[in-house]
Ligand binder design. Structure first.
Ligand SMILES: *[C@@H]1O[C@H](CO)[C@@H](O)[C@H](O)[C@H]1NC(C)=O
Ligand SMILES: *[C@@H]1O[C@H](CO)[C@@H](O)[C@H](O)[C@H]1NC(C)=O
Ligand SMILES: *[C@@H]1O[C@H](CO)[C@@H](O)[C@H](O)[C@H]1NC(C)=O
Length: 443
């Protein structure tokens, strides 16, 4: 009891230190519900997977937009027309049913903007949005609709919701503030362009999320400040990243910790090609990886991005610590790549408490370019910071590299041509950890 209390206090202190203030809605769901409840069934919706949910959902929102709970009860719904829910205050959207995509337009299936004191959740942890993206992907189209986008939303949370098979990105947060996103499963097809969570916002806490896809797991874009991302399970994904970064990059105070990555493109990528501005004060700690192509892939000459205006992004005060596990092939893609801009070398980079080893062959490489700081191939900046490139090869496994695996690691991807089943939200997102907040449906 005392231990749990002390631990919670410690957690709270660390959280508060990273974030710039409190996150989440200002009013509880029960008080919103008591103010007014707008059940979509009273506005013409039918749980028959035939009637378009779009107009009833918009009407229910209009009725509850100045305070209340918009409620989608359990059952199967069809969404033919996308909804833009703009300008709500002190409201919540409770999705206990499953909403299937019917329409084929681009855009966003659900777009929430200019909202404050907002909560989007499922009380059973089984509400879901099923994008049926395979109907697009089978023809090679990744430009269909996105499932969910929040724009200029403040004091909010999104939780206990499942997003499946988006035709395009699953969930983006653009210019939001003071948000908490947690207890979610996102499962998409095995192809690029189907991002899990993308965030460019201020003061956001994202935790206890599982992503399956073949692109961004949980990714920070510019501008962003005070973002804490923890207990993330990239279960056959592209992996987490920051980028792509371009001109006027403005990112600071980012922590990723307790990140478990299985069979992904990388454990963490920082990506740019030219550009300007700054990424500073970032920490990447407590990472476990298995079966990934790259591990730490910090690439400021990223060839998949066209060259951006500027000599390069200034990267400073970035720490990578406590990384363990194995990579697929360390001779082909070494577990440490820190490639900084020659014109603007990175400074104050730290790699410490790091042990990873290759799953095939018996060597692995560490590559550094124009990167200054301490650890592995990084150079000390006491003699100035000119450009350089160096690669070293290790031929013996470092001690203590082995790390736990998750029992539920996916044995294969979901491909791109068949319908993807709706998963349950897992009860652990990192070895030995349980969710910071209990799943809503568990009580
Ligand atoms: C892909 O889907 C979008 C959204 O329906 C559509 O606008 C676009 O024309 C499609 N592209 C191709 C190549 O079919
Ligand atoms: C470096 O980043 C860490 C972590 O964000 C921060 O606590 C520290 O104050 C930064 N140091 C400087 C000199 O800004
Ligand atoms: C990882 O993905 C596989 C396949 O989807 C699934 O069976 C497993 O439950 C997932 N893991 C978790 C913790 O959800």
């Amino acid at each position: 009891m005392h231990y749990i209390l002390a631990f919670s206090l410690l957690l709270l202190q660390q959280t508060v230190a990273q974030l710039s203030g409190s996150v989440g809605p200002l009013t509880s769901v029960s008080s919103k519900k008591a103010t007014k409840t707008c059940n979509v069934l009273d506005y013409g919706a039918k749980a028959d997977k035939e009637t378009d949910l779009g107009p009833p959902l918009t009407d229910a929102f209009t009725a509850c937009a100045s305070g209340g709970l918009v409620y989608v009860p359990s059952g199967d719904y069809l969404l033919n027309t996308w909804v833009t829910l703009s300008g709500g205050t002190a409201w919540a959207l409770q999705i206990d049913g499953i909403i299937y995509r019917g329409g084929t337009n681009g855009g966003n299936m659900i777009y929430i903007e200019h909202a404050s004191d907002f909560e989007l959740f499922s009380s059973t942890s089984s509400g879901a949005l099923q994008g049926l993206g395979y109907e697009f992907h089978v023809d090679g189209n990744i430009s269909g609709p996105r499932i969910l986008r929040l724009y200029k939303v403040t004091d909010f949370s999104v939780h206990d919701l499942i997003l499946v098979d988006s035709p395009s990105f699953h969930f983006s947060m653009d210019t939001c503030e003071n948000g908490e996103v947690y207890n979610m499963a996102i499962r998409g097809a095995n192809e690029g362009g189907l991002d899990g969570i993308d965030v460019w916002s201020d003061n956001i806490w994202i935790h206890d999320i599982e992503v399956t896809n073949k692109d961004e797991c949980v990714t920070v874009k510019s501008p962003a400040h005070n973002i804490l991302i923890e207990d993330i399970y990239c279960n056959w994904s592209g992996g987490c990243a920051i980028g792509s970064l371009g001109a006027d990059t403005d990112i600071s105070d980012i922590i990723y910790r307790y990140i478990y990555t299985w069979s992904s493109n990388q454990m963490m990528m920082i990506k740019s090609n030219g550009g300007s501005g700054t990424l500073e004060n970032a920490v990447f700690q407590d990472f476990i990886g298995h079966g990934n192509a790259y591990s730490l892939d910090f690439d400021s000459y990223w060839s998949s991005e066209s060259t951006q205006t500027g000599d390069g992004v200034t990267y400073k005060n970035i720490t990578f610590t406590n990384w363990h596990g194995t990579e697929a092939n360390g001779a082909k893609r070494g577990p440490i790549r820190v490639i900084c801009p020659d014109e603007v070398p990175c400074t104050d980079i730290t790699i410490s408490d790091w042990a990873m080893w290759t799953e095939s062959g018996d060597s692995q490489t560490y590559t550094c370019r124009s990167a200054y700081g301490s650890g592995f191939c990084l150079r000390d900046d006491s003699g100035g910071t000119s450009s350089y490139t160096t690669t070293s090869t290790a031929t013996a496994a470092p001690s203590g590299y082995s790390a736990a695996t998750m029992a539920a690691d996916l044995a294969d991807s979901f491909g791109t041509t068949a319908s993807i089943p709706i998963p349950a939200i897992p009860t652990s997102f990192f070895p030995g950890h349980t969710p910071i907040s209990k799943l809503a449906g568990s009580s």
